[in-house]
Design a protein around this ligand. Structure first.
Ligand SMILES: NC(=O)c1ccc[n+]([C@@H]2O[C@H](COP(=O)([O-])OP(=O)(O)OC[C@H]3O[C@@H](n4cnc5c(N)ncnc54)[C@H](O)[C@@H]3O)[C@@H](O)[C@H]2O)c1
Length: 445
């Protein structure tokens, strides 16, 4: 069976079986990434032969009671071979669109379609493991977190959104309530985090992110970057879950290299007002790598550059919502400094696609995710005035302390390793964002 038509696939094996020449005990889950092609064939009527024909590594996870720790890549290294037995109870379920399609029709080889149809959230495999990949998104009620929850659900993940609502908003996720596989937990992740049941992935997005927020909440920002990262990494270690950190281009500070490559160490003022955010994220990256090196936690670090789109807070102090709000209200559009400082803006759907590709890749090193199209802040303000059809004038105010003068990601790594690059241009992205902002403008006091 060649599963080309599936974007993601998960196999759960309840009997002892043999995959790709490695014997695997019951409760083993096999996941194939979005560009993976998987062929399965019967071998001597006894066990499956698994062959990865795609360019994405196949990951094998064992959720069996005593073998929770047995997570390893199916990369040809010797596993702990076990005597293969018949595998009549394997369940094949696409990770994408679980709730609709249930299972892929089974084949003679014993792969069978015994996953029930319907929207049952509590589908449990042997030993209580969920048949869906289960992901925790911290900061799930925020701008990016809410889009991420949505995208993961659409790919068939079971999603737990955890958020203290410090800067987030339940309205961002209320459309997900009642969706199969979605749960919201109000919780501050700077405290010990516990979740019962298995967990495959933790995406740590909790943190104040806009300058207005982190200048107003400096200690909370430092705490969620340090303690919050530590607690969620602890949970990843306990659950043998993959951990993805939402880091930021701010780790490069006011960069002396342009564009910024991942190898660049940055130019950050640790004691300036922005240091609370920049250093929290730098610490978070260091802690993430320490858990990777010391405890072999599978980690991913996304260095996110400016991202925009629906659900940004209207007055969160970032350039786009400020310009848009002012332009839509016919107010003066405020540009800080002479407006010649540059930024690059990535539309949210592109960013989320990059995050998921990174999560499902095998890249432990940081990866820049952003749009490399660079423009000055002044050009950006003019484009927003044009796109909104506003008559607003542009006015100039003094530049805040340590404001970076230029910002553009070098996305060679994301291009080559993840096959990712942004697709949504500024005009299209601004159009969708304006559509979302326009009816909400009257909410602003
Ligand atoms: N939006 C961007 O352009 C951008 C760029 C770079 C990095 N990032 C990173 O992406 C993540 C999300 O950013 P965003 O733009 O969605 O911001 P956001 O403020 O909309 O979302 C952050 C969420 O984290 C929650 N949170 C904060 N502290 C918490 C805590 N202690 N416990 C639980 N929840 C907590 C907030 O309530 C909020 O819902 C952040 O980590 C940010 O640093 C964002």
């Amino acid at each position: 069976m060649i599963c080309e038509r599936l974007s993601l696939l998960e196999l759960t094996c309840s009997g002892d079986s043999r995959f790709g020449g490695i014997g695997l005990p019951g409760g083993t889950v096999i996941k194939v990434g979005s560009r993976g092609r998987l062929s399965i064939s019967l071998e001597r009527d006894r066990y499956f032969q698994l062959k990865n024909e795609g360019d994405v590594p196949i990951e094998v996870t064992n959720y069996g009671k005593s073998t929770l720790a047995a997570r390893r890549r199916l990369d040809g290294r010797a596993g702990d071979p076990q005597r293969p037995r018949d595998c009549q109870q394997c369940v094949v379920a696409p990770l994408g669109d679980h709730d609709r399609r249930g299972v892929v029709p089974g084949e003679k080889c014993g792969i069978r379609s015994d996953r029930p149809e319907g929207n049952d959230q509590s589908l449990q495999g042997e030993e209580g493991q969920s048949l869906m990949a289960r992901a925790l998104v911290t900061g799930g009620a925020g701008f990016l977190g809410s889009h991420l929850c949505e995208a993961l659900l659409a790919r068939g993940y079971e999603v737990i959104a955890m958020d203290s609502l410090l800067t987030g908003d339940l309205r961002n996720i209320e459309h997900l309530y009642g969706r199969p596989g979605f749960t919201f937990v109000k919780y501050d992740v700077t405290n010990h985090v516990h979740l019962s049941g298995p967990l495959d992935a933790i995406l740590h997005f909790a943190s104040p992110a806009s300058p207005i927020d982190y200048l107003r909440l400096p200690i909370q920002t430092l705490k969620v970057g340090s303690l919050g990262t530590h607690k969620t990494l602890g949970l990843a270690k306990e659950k043998r879950a993959r951990f993805l950190l939402a880091s930021t281009s701010e780790v490069y500070g006011d960069p002396l290299e342009h564009p910024q490559r991942e190898e660049y160490w940055g130019n950050v003022n640790p004691i300036g007002p922005r240091g609370v955010y920049d250093e929290a994220k730098r610490f978070a990256e260091a802690m993430t790598m320490a858990y990777h090196r010391t405890h072999a936690v599978e980690t991913r670090i996304a260095r996110i550059f400016n991202t925009y789109g629906p659900r940004m807070r209207l007055r969160d102090g970032r350039a786009l919502p400020s310009f848009l709000t002012q332009a839509l209200r016919g107010e003066e559009v405020t540009v800080y400094g002479d407006g010649k400082q540059t930024r690059s803006f990535c539309y949210v759907s592109d960013l989320i696609e990059g995050i998921i590709r990174l999560l499902e890749s095998n890249q432990n090193d940081p990866v820049n995710l952003g749009n490399p199209t660079e423009m000055t802040i002044e050009e950006f303000a003019r484009e927003i005035v044009r796109a909104t059809g506003s008559k607003s004038k542009i006015v100039y105010k003094p530049l805040p302390t340590d404001d970076p003068k230029q910002r553009r990601p070098d996305i060679t790594r994301a291009r080559t390793l993840l096959g990712w690059e942004p697709k949504v241009g500024l005009v299209e992205g601004l159009g969708k964002t304006i559509e979302w902002f326009r009816p909400r403008i009257s909410d602003i006091r």
